[in-house]
Design a protein around this ligand. Structure first.
Ligand code: MG
Length: 383
């Protein structure tokens, strides 16, 4: 990077956003921040704006920061061609439309938002190709694969690793009755609440299979999942000749975030210590138990259905996770509800963005109604 890279962050107050600012803080001379966008945490956003001096801020709630222009919408960031790259670090479907807009404007994307590809991977990747836009994955597994690939035409298989989450060695029974607190105790990664629940059910891996399919253009049959509790091998690829290339490193999100926003360059940045195989001592791998974690198979099924099926899967899962976090349903019921929604889904094979959002909306309403009527024992006045 010869000149300072102009960057905006959508979702700067979240888990990925705050870690990205830690990376940028270490590499101050490499970046110029154009805009920071947060959701409701305006206090933190204000603090970030005062420290990093962006030209613009955007928040979901009213905000005032001296000397910084407040934008009306996320589109104002996505349309601003001053940006060399936009880090889409928010969670949820709010990430999708600004990402598409930024792609249309030829701005490279560092992508941490899963919904963008899970909901609309076909449309997003097609647009990126048309506009010659780079989409660099932040998700550690996809970032690993991105780093391993030299000649994609000679790659035969993608191998995505999964830590297995907090219930890897717990019985199915223990998992069924897990509390929110137990579920949020992830052994390796420090992440937001929604994704931590997804890691416990392994739906996170399911969503990552779908992301990988879109990002790298591989069939679902050649995308494999392997449990690797130490989270040191972040994923791997197998070439046609049998050579396997894996990306290895300590489990810190700073590394993939930095890779994505500085690509193709590398800097020392925030690296805390040098990697040592001797310190790690051992690396374990095992096949996932699909009976205990049926969400993975469900994601494969939705992925192979294509069209709006993955938007349905995503919406049903997310609403169910929120209901679990609110104490309305049990952990295993997230799968039960999501499967039911997929069973009943009326597939649109080649949807428009509006049709995808409509499916998202309808599935969420259906899930909420179902939970109120059937699952939530404290519910009153269900519509
Ligand atoms: Mg991941």
């Amino acid at each position: 990077m010869n000149k300072r890279r102009k960057i905006s962050i959508i979702g700067s107050t979240g888990s990925i956003g705050t870690q990205a600012l830690e990376v940028i803080d270490k590499l101050r001379d490499k970046f110029e921040i154009i805009a920071l966008a947060g959701g409701n945490n305006v206090d933190l956003l204000k603090e970030q704006a005062l420290k990093f001096n962006p030209k613009y801020v955007y928040a979901a709630k009213p905000i005032e920061v001296g000397g910084v222009k407040v934008l009306e919408s996320l589109d104002d960031i996505a349309e601003n061609k001053e940006n060399d790259i936009i880090l889409v670090a928010c969670s949820g479907k709010v990430g999708l439309k600004p990402t598409l807009k930024a792609i249309e404007n030829g701005i490279d994307i560092a992508l941490a938002n899963k919904e963008t590809l899970v909901m609309a991977g076909d449309i997003v990747m097609k647009k990126a190709k048309e506009n010659r836009v780079n989409i660099i994955p932040v998700d550690s597994e996809h970032c690993a694969i991105h780093q391993c690939i030299k000649d994609i035409s000679q790659v035969e298989k993608l191998i995505i690793t999964a830590s297995g989450g907090p219930f890897l060695h717990k019985s199915q029974e223990e998992m069924k009755n897990a509390t929110v607190e137990q579920t949020l105790k992830h052994p390796r990664w420090n992440m937001g609440r929604k994704i931590t629940v997804d890691s416990a059910t392994l739906m996170n891996k399911g969503l990552e299979i779908i992301e990988a399919h879109h990002l790298f253009g591989f069939d679902y049959d050649v995308i494999e999942v392997v449990i690797h509790p130490q989270s040191v091998v972040h994923s791997a690829i197998e070439y046609v000749d049998g050579s396997v290339i894996a990306q290895i490193g300590l489990p810190s999100m700073h590394i993939p975030i930095q890779y994505a926003i500085t690509y193709p360059d590398r800097f020392e940045g925030i690296k805390s210590k040098s990697f040592s195989f001797a310190d790690i001592a051992r690396l374990d791998f095992e096949e996932p138990d699909f009976d205990k974690f049926p969400t993975v198979k469900l994601a494969y099924r939705a992925g192979k259905m294509g069209g709006t099926a993955t938007a349905c899967l995503n919406a049903a899962n997310e609403e169910s996770v929120f209901a679990f976090l609110d104490g309305k349903i049990k952990l295993f019921q997230i799968y039960e509800i999501t499967k039911l929604m997929l069973d009943e889904h009326e597939l649109i094979k080649n949807p428009t963005i509006d049709e995808i959002f409509e499916v998202d909306k309808q599935v969420r309403e259906k899930v909420k109604k179902l939970i109120c009527k059937k699952y939530d024992v404290n519910a009153v006045n269900c519509l």
